[in-house]
Design a protein. Structure first.
Lengths: 301, 233
């Protein structure tokens, strides 16, 4: 009896697969019906996605997401596709993606193989390098200068994981502290609670640029590792992921990305008109020439 | 399930629970000591002492715990002389020490109010009787008022105790890797959201159920037969 049932289910699956092969499924179907794309965006991740003085989300990731929306609109043959933006935090974005409240998380989340068990990533749009930031006065040029000192990193970040293992492997005797977010990690260095903050170079560059006294801090040149990052998509929605992949790949390979990148990383950005002076790295140029969503850092070297 | 750090994620959560317990228990001990002293002060006949205790209570119960943690951790070291500030910052367990102090002071305000209310609930006749027997005021407190007041206060104090355990999660904002912080870290590393928080929830509920039952047992144990909250079970 059970095998007959199984056979029936199998037949039904094949039949439905055959009949509906041309029909839209998942997120694409929802977009077509509702004509709304809901994106999730954090409130303070300069320059990827943050609120401007009009309380609207702006940033590199937001620009890219708007481009994706336009490509989706054309693909679906819609006359308009509204974009609804919903504020998310690192704690809420995954449940909201999974329960369908948002369709894309327009941040730039580190792409790891472990995380790919839960979500899909759009093609890599940024590659961060793990570095250390310290006060210039403390003369810290690399990990070896931190023996026996206090080092802070953000709770839940890959940087924290890495600094803990480096500390153990190289027997540096550092006291590792955790901060609840990047701003607080930086504050710990600013108030001398920690000698250095281990974090992605771009995040640190933005924090320094917005600090009271930017010339007081230095970022080490030593690269501890690289972290590719990208938008988060729902897992197992291959049609939607393919459409997003195609849209982003077109932006990357056509060179359109260069202007968008320059707008946010090498030009003055709102609200204060600060220029992050963060030119595109060779690794990122490579990732744009050959778009990939790999979560393995070795694929980007 | 093995992260890059040390041991499995479950080990991490258990270690987090350990920090939660250590923080909450020490903070509770501190809260009891401070709360009892301030609570008694609230009932004294000296007006300026009562004022002082009242100001203490209002100060610590009217500022959000989150803000208090932040003030203790980031602002206090800048206000004291530079040497002391530097020493405070270089404490190897600074987040833990700060969390205990902040949580202890915060909870002590509530404890003080409970104790003062309990002393007030002991009938005035007892106070007068004690004094007319020739006891001094400290003796009257020590031998007559407090023994009864503490018994009256047990149920509401157990409420504060469980609050302290739950409130210890706020210490994650100053970098203490307690249970909630561990769950958060696990969520960030793996993008599994519900699993770590489910385990953390069980941890808090479990600990608080133990505390509540212990306090009930204590209440029953010290109950004076036929006097105040006599339980029928």
């Amino acid at each position: 009896m059970p095998y007959i049932l199984g056979l029936l289910v199998l037949c039904a699956t094949i039949a439905s697969g055959g009949v509906y092969a041309e029909e839209l499924t998942g997120t694409l179907k929802k977009l077509k019906e509702t004509k709304v794309l809901t994106i999730g965006a954090p409130d303070a991740n300069v320059p990827f996605a943050y609120l401007d003085d009009k309380e609207e989300h702006i940033g590199y990731s937001i620009d890219l997401c708007h481009k994706i929306a336009e490509a989706l609109r054309i693909k679906l043959g819609l006359d308009k596709l509204d974009i609804h933006t919903r504020s998310v935090t690192s704690a809420t974005r995954i449940p909201l993606i999974q329960n369908g409240s948002i369709d894309i998380d327009c941040d730039s989340a580190t792409n790891t193989l472990k995380r790919q068990e839960q979500v899909s990533f759009a093609p890599t749009d940024f590659i961060a390098t793990a570095r250390l930031v310290a006060k210039k006065s403390s003369n810290i040029n690399g990990l070896s200068d931190l023996k026996g000192k206090r080092v802070v990193s953000t709770n839940g970040s890959a940087n924290l994981e890495q600094i803990i293992s480096l500390n153990r492997e190289q027997n540096l005797g550092m006291t590792i502290m955790t901060a609840k977010d990047h701003a607080e990690g930086f504050l710990m260095v600013a108030t001398d609670r920690a000698a250095a903050f281990a974090m992605d170079d771009i995040l640190v560059a933005a924090l320094i640029a917005n600090s009271k006294n930017p010339s007081e801090y230095a970022i080490t040149t030593e690269s501890m590792s690289i972290y590719p990052s990208g938008f988060i998509l729902r897992k197992n929605d291959t049609a939607f992921k393919k459409a997003v992949d195609e849209a982003l790949s077109a932006i990357y390979t056509s060179g359109e990305i260069n202007a968008i990148y320059a707008k946010w990383f090498t030009s003055p950005i709102p609200p204060k008109g600060i220029n992050l002076n963060f030119p595109m790295t060779e690794q990122l140029k490579k990732a744009f020439a050959h778009p990939t969503d790999s979560g393995n850092p070795d694929d980007y070297r | 399930m093995a992260p890059d750090g040390q041991g499995t994620y479950l080990d991490g959560l258990i270690a987090g629970l350990g920090w939660t317990l250590a923080t909450a228990l020490l903070a509770w001990a501190l809260a009891l000591v401070l709360g009892i002293v301030v609570g008694i002060t609230l009932t004294t006949s000296r007006r300026w002492l009562r004022r002082f205790a009242g100001a203490y209570v209002e100060l610590f119960r009217n500022i959000p715990l989150l803000v208090q943690m932040f003030l203790w951790y980031f602002v206090l070291p800048e206000l004291v002389p530079a040497d002391i500030g530097h020493w405070l910052k270089s404490l190897s367990n600074a987040p833990f020490v700060t969390a205990v102090v902040a949580l202890g002071f915060y909870a002590s305000a509530s404890v003080a109010v409970q104790i003062a209310a309990a002393i007030g609930a002991v009938s005035l006749g007892q106070r007068h009787a004690a004094l007319s027997l020739g006891l001094t005021i400290p003796q009257a407190y020590r031998h007559v008022l407090l023994p009864v007041a503490f018994r009256i206060a047990i149920p509401s104090l157990s409420n504060d105790f469980t609050s302290t355990i739950k409130n210890s999660s706020v210490a994650l904002t100053i970098g203490l890797m307690e249970l909630t912080a561990r769950a958060r870290a696990m969520q960030e590393f793996t993008f599994y959201v519900f699993e770590p928080y489910a385990v953390a929830t069980l941890g808090y509920v479990g600990v608080n159920l133990i505390v509540v039952n212990l306090m009930r047992a204590l209440e029953r144990r010290v109950a004076i037969p036929g006097f105040i909250s006599s339980r029928k079970d």
